[in-house]
Design a protein around this ligand. Structure first.
Ligand SMILES: [Cu+2]
Length: 199
């Protein structure tokens, strides 16, 4: 999936994007070039505990980065590997996924670590469980930091405490317009200068 373009900052109207461009399904149709676009997001109330269980059953690892907060790494599961060669044998046995429903559950997963980070790897064939407290109001991105993956839509937005966002100044839009007009004016002047030099 991919994010659609927006002609205004999300902070101006965070509800608009999620209401007008909802992700209707877990898997979106379309090729790399003409893929379906929607605004993938979750909403958290102030002080909610937000937990992600992210499963990675493809052949690449993904460095997941969260903006706006640090998170606790609760658990990180790896693929089963050949102990001699290190080669891949199978996905982590604790995770069971229903591919039709696109839902996974973690059996026998334990809270093994409480490292505090803002970026950590989801290993290939494994999973990651992270948790943070939503106490920093804002519109924050959780995304893979491998840039081509991010470009292909490996990201979602977390709306934290929308009711506590500081209102955007009304003058922002008009300031942008004035700025554009000023640029136009300056380029006209530049053009005039160039024209005058050729006279
Ligand atoms: Cu990635």
């Amino acid at each position: 999936m991919a994010f659609p373009r927006s002609d205004q900052p999300l902070l101006n109207n965070p509800k608009l994007a999620r209401e007008q461009l909802p992700c209707s399904d877990y898997i979106l149709e379309g090729s790399e070039i003409k893929r379906q676009k929607c605004y993938h997001n979750i909403v958290a109330e102030y002080n909610d505990i937000v937990e992600f269980f992210i499963v990675n059953f493809d052949s690449d690892q993904h460095p997941i980065h969260l903006h706006g907060s640090f998170f606790h790494v609760l658990d990180q599961g790896f693929a089963q590997l050949n102990t001699t060669t290190g080669l891949f044998l199978a996905n982590n046995p604790n995770v069971e996924c229903d591919e039709d429903d696109m839902k996974c559950v973690c059996n026998n997963c334990k809270t093994t670590t409480k490292l505090v980070k803002d970026t950590t790897i989801i290993p290939s064939g494994g999973y990651l469980r992270i948790r943070f407290r939503a106490n920093n109001p804002g519109i924050w991105m959780l995304h893979c930091h491998t840039e081509p993956h991010l470009d292909r839509g490996m990201a979602l937005m977390i709306h934290v405490a929308e009711d506590r966002l500081v209102p955007t100044p009304h003058s922002t839009a008009s300031q942008t317009k004035i700025h554009n007009q000023l640029l136009l004016f300056l380029s006209t002047l530049l053009l005039l200068v160039v024209v005058r030099q050729h006279v």
